[in-house]
Design a binder for this molecule. Structure first.
Ligand code: MRU
Length: 367
């Protein structure tokens, strides 16, 4: 299977051919089982986001957008005000699924603005719904282009690191890959673009942090990259320091769930430890950040809401027997915030941004 066919097989989310439901790959079953499931009701869509069947900031945004389109089209209302009241309630419901990735709220706001504009133009409800489908399609298509642009910039950084007869060592944390987006991923896009430019999978060696407790690195990223023929090694999160010290890592690429106006970046729990280690060992640390993930309304990282998750993800989920005493207190934040001072650069689709981030975002046209 070539990389394009693989992208198609693991596509995170799309509409079913009848456009009446969502078709997602159930990421909780990977890598052992590749199963696509149909989501028809609002409860099924909410549960799929909450339980990480579909996950990764951009993919959550696309899912919510398609969810709004599909469920709005089932409305029996003929009056816009009544239709819009249900629309707002649905928006609030989806917004309650996960708090950290801003792409969810960004996509819901875009759908809301689209509905309002269509309503103000006096369109019939079926016409409003057509607009909503088009907006959701646009969100998905834009994500493909955004990831590609991020990949091109990241590939430029990889080219500068190219060594004769030795692969470039890349470390990544969590999964900011095709499964987390509409096609190329963000942190993985530079590698996929490198393949398109004729690099061999052996020109790069990607080290995937396992990413406790939900193992996105082990289950998803190492699956994705090895399937694409890229040399891939999996390590536990607590092995990153030794790995960096050994000189095997030339660059770090990670994704993000919400970037504050000052460049502080929330991403999967453990990312900030990787950034601190990278700075210690003098390894460039890049955050791959679509502009939809940059939240200029949040001044700094301390104001980013951090999702807390079920203790059983730490104590039981992956084991035959519980791995901790019954009833033990568990600390299970899903994300942490990397201070902007540990970030070498932020790769947005509009350009590479560096400190001071506020000014850099404005310069490339974000905000
Ligand atoms: O809890 P998850 O698996 O949804 O967390 C995902 C991440 O932290 C990703 O790195 C982030 O969403 C970027 S995806 C391009």
């Amino acid at each position: 299977m070539n990389t394009e066919q693989f992208f198609e097989q693991v596509l995170s989310v799309r509409l079913t051919p009848d456009r009446e439901a969502l078709d997602i790959i159930d990421q909780t079953l990977l890598p052992g089982t590749i199963r696509r499931i149909r989501l028809e009701t609002k409860e099924e869509i909410w549960e799929a986001i909450k339980k990480l069947r579909v996950r990764g900031a951009p993919a959550i945004g696309v899912t919510a957008a398609y969810g709004m389109a599909v469920l709005s089209a089932k409305s029996k209302e003929t009056d816009f005000d009544a239709f819009y009241k249900d629309f707002k309630a649905l928006k609030e419901y989806f917004a309650s699924s996960r708090p950290t990735a801003v792409n969810l709220f960004w996509a819901l706001d875009r759908m809301d603005a689209c509905a309002q504009k269509a309503g103000e133009s006096g369109l019939s409800i079926p016409e409003v719904c057509k607009r909503l489908y088009s907006e959701a399609d646009a969100i998905r298509e834009e994500d493909v282009q955004i990831s590609r642009s991020i990949g091109e910039i990241g590939f430029g950084l990889l080219k500068n690191l190219k060594k004769e007869g030795e692969p470039i060592g890349i470390l990544t944390h969590c999964n900011a890959g095709t499964l987390a987006t509409a096609k190329y991923g963000t942190a993985t896009a530079p590698m996929y673009i490198a393949l398109e430019h004729g690099w061999a999978g052996t020109d790069m060696h990607v080290y995937c942090d396992e990413t406790r407790p939900l193992l996105q690195g082990a289950r998803l990223t190492s699956f994705e990259l090895s399937s694409a023929g890229i040399t891939t090694t999996l390590q536990c999160d607590n092995m990153a320091s030794l790995l960096m010290k050994s000189g095997k890592i030339d660059i770090v690429f990670v994704g993000c769930d919400r970037v504050a106006a000052n460049g502080d970046a929330a991403n999967k729990i453990g990312t900030s430890s990787v950034a601190i280690l990278a700075k210690h060992y003098g390894i460039p640390f890049y955050v791959c950040a679509p502009s939809s993930t940059i939240d200029l309304k949040t001044p700094h990282g301390g104001q980013i809401p951090i999702e807390m998750r079920d203790p059983e993800e730490v104590t039981k989920m992956w084991y035959k027997e519980p791995m901790a005493p019954e009833g033990i207190n568990v600390y299970n934040p899903a994300f942490d915030v990397t201070d902007h001072s540990f970030i070498t650069g932020m790769i947005t689709e509009k350009g590479l941004c560096t400190e001071p981030y506020g000014e850099a975002f404005a310069r490339v046209g974000i905000g």
